[in-house]
Write a protein that binds this ligand. Structure first.
Ligand SMILES: NC(=O)c1ccc[n+]([C@@H]2O[C@H](COP(=O)([O-])OP(=O)(O)OC[C@H]3O[C@@H](n4cnc5c(N)ncnc54)[C@H](OP(=O)(O)O)[C@@H]3O)[C@@H](O)[C@H]2O)c1
Length: 293
């Protein structure tokens, strides 16, 4: 599997397995260990999680698997995120120095590991104080608890502010992008990352499965075009979506959210698909949200 280099110290597999939905997969610890080995055997060595997933349950389940089979941890790059909390069920953000340090220690404990390979600020906190947050992220790096740091769901202003406070050490922005979602094209984030040679990680590349459900007009329109292109290339529609994301010069890394290894294979297969330039635009315009003038 191709690797994508985020920094001198860290490369991720070109396809990443996401574990957000793990608490709904009903896997036994043994089944989860087997699933993780299935990813590694395929070269998908980067695993994505967050402290808020399943209200911390997802990190605990992953940690159980790492404890059960200690060979796994050394074979993967482990990504987690911080900054979202709940108070009596009410979700809010906290990206202050003390909270980040506490969260990181708690995540490491739940995950049964002594370091994270990549640690992300999960969402753009309206109360973000870039200098305070940067101080915490620098300390975690200096203490060897995280190898690299980045953000998720940041707009260009917040990314630039925190990256300046970090002296340019942010290595990624994990953002949503799929044939139904163009937020980060429209905000200029994709251009910013392309110019600065920062590779984004892409969440919900299949729109969380919505694109296959045929439940809304936007999804139906996009799916019809993607299915037509998939037939031309003799692959599954999902493969075409991953190929479309990886076609862009920004060098994006899709996160697969499925519980099924055969669906992970559909993403890996995309590394061999070469779309035509006009096909990229066919998908860009398919849902009717983006105009080609
Ligand atoms: N940074 C953030 O704010 C953020 C937010 C959301 C997610 N993430 C990360 O990104 C990862 C991926 O996100 P995601 O789970 O939304 O990704 P996704 O791949 O867009 O969606 C996965 C969902 O789609 C379903 N699916 C896949 N192929 C399908 C098909 N052919 N037909 C019908 N359903 C299909 C899967 O079900 P099956 O399991 O049955 O295949 C699963 O429920 C997460 O695991 C997480 O690590 C990050």
């Amino acid at each position: 599997m191709k690797k994508v280099q985020l920094s001198e110290n860290l490369s991720l597999s070109a396809v990443v397995q996401g574990f957000w939905r793990l608490d709904g997969w009903n896997m036994t610890p043994d089944e989860l260990v087997k699933f993780m080995h299935g990813c590694i055997e395929r070269g998908v060595t980067t695993f994505d999680t967050a402290e808020i997933y399943g209200d911390t349950v997802v990190e605990s389940l992953m940690g159980e698997a790492f404890a059960k089979d200690p060979t796994i941890r050394d074979q993967i790059e482990l990504v987690s995120k911080t900054g979202i909390y709940k108070h009596d069920g009410f979700g809010y953000y906290n990206t202050t120095y003390d909270r980040i340090l506490q969260s990181c220690h708690e995540s490491l404990e739940r995950l049964h590991t002594d370091h994270l390979d990549l640690y992300l600020i999960h969402r753009e906190d309206p109360l973000l104080n870039p200098w305070d947050t940067a101080k915490a992220l620098k300390k975690l790096k200096a203490d060897g608890l995280v190898r690299e740091v980045g953000v998720s769901n940041f707009d260009p202003y917040k990314f630039d502010g925190l990256n300046k406070a970090m002296e340019g050490q942010l290595v990624t922005n994990q953002i949503e992008w799929n044939p139904l979602c163009f937020e980060h094209f429209n905000s200029g984030m994709i251009d910013y990352l392309t110019f600065n040679k920062i590779h984004p990680m892409i969440w919900s590349p299949l729109a969380g499965g919505r694109i296959f459900k045929g439940e809304d007009e936007v999804g139906k329109k996009a799916y019809a075009k993607i299915a037509e292109i998939a037939e031309r290339h003799n692959v599954e529609p999902a493969t075409i979506i991953y190929a479309w994301i990886m076609y862009h010069p920004v060098g994006a890394i899709p996160l697969v959210g499925s519980s099924k290894l055969e669906r992970l294979d559909l993403a890996i297969k995309a590394l061999d698909v070469k779309l035509e330039q006009y096909e990229w635009f066919e998908i860009y315009a398919a849902s009717g949200q983006q105009q080609i003038r």
